[in-house]
Ligand binder design. Structure first.
Ligand SMILES: [Zn+2]
Length: 193
């Protein structure tokens, strides 16, 4: 069954080892921030640093593994119709909107949405790391390291699928930052098979 995350919101749910989580961009050009915590101990969480260390790349796609802070595989990417995602940047937050956008009454962003959705699972704000940002397009200049946030390359119906390598708690959003989503807020679809 396909479930929908409304624009600028988030969800949390559990998934058992061996199941597949598919994240779908139903309209195109919409980012979804993804977090995965080990259900047995939610202090274990995906780690961009560990993952990059073992992948020797910052752009991850089919066949790549998302490792935890304890260097265990939590998710493996098993399907990817886009090939461009981000694992460098933190979830957008009140501070993102205050500092980058100058908003005076900022939205709580993916960070606030994730914190609220994950609270019943024992996850607190300080336990939220860099998310795997599905469909987020952050090209990096190889010489200087400078980067920009560009419109996602995803078209309507594009997807990325992950196999759970252990029992997990998942946090997932429809991202709230204008720049990441080419200027409009759209829903995200997901399903577990
Ligand atoms: Zn966001």
């Amino acid at each position: 069954m396909i479930r929908e995350i409304p624009p600028r919101s988030g969800a949390a749910f559990t998934i058992d080892a061996g199941r597949t989580l598919t994240v779908i961009d139903p309209w195109g050009e919409q980012v979804a921030d993804l977090l995965a915590f080990a259900r047995a101990d939610v202090r274990e969480v995906i780690s961009s640093g560990r993952t990059f260390d073992y992948a020797n790349r910052i752009y991850l796609t089919t066949g790549d593994v998302l490792y935890s802070n304890r260097s265990r595989p939590l998710l493996t990417i098993i399907e990817d119709s886009v090939g461009r995602h981000d694992f460098l940047l933190t979830p957008c937050s009140r501070d993102t909107f205050r500092i980058i956008y100058g908003d005076v009454d900022p939205h709580r962003g993916c960070f606030g949405n994730l914190a609220a959705a994950l609270a019943p699972h024992g996850v607190t704000e300080d336990m939220i790391p860099i998310a795997f940002n599905c469909f987020m397009n952050v090209p990096v200049d190889g010489a200087t390291g400078a980067f920009t946030v560009e419109p996602p390359l995803s078209k309507a119906g594009d997807r990325i699928a992950f196999r759970a390598e252990t029992d997990l708690v998942i946090g997932l959003t429809a991202c709230s930052a204008l720049q990441s989503n080419n200027g409009s807020f759209k829903p995200i679809h997901w399903r577990v098979d």
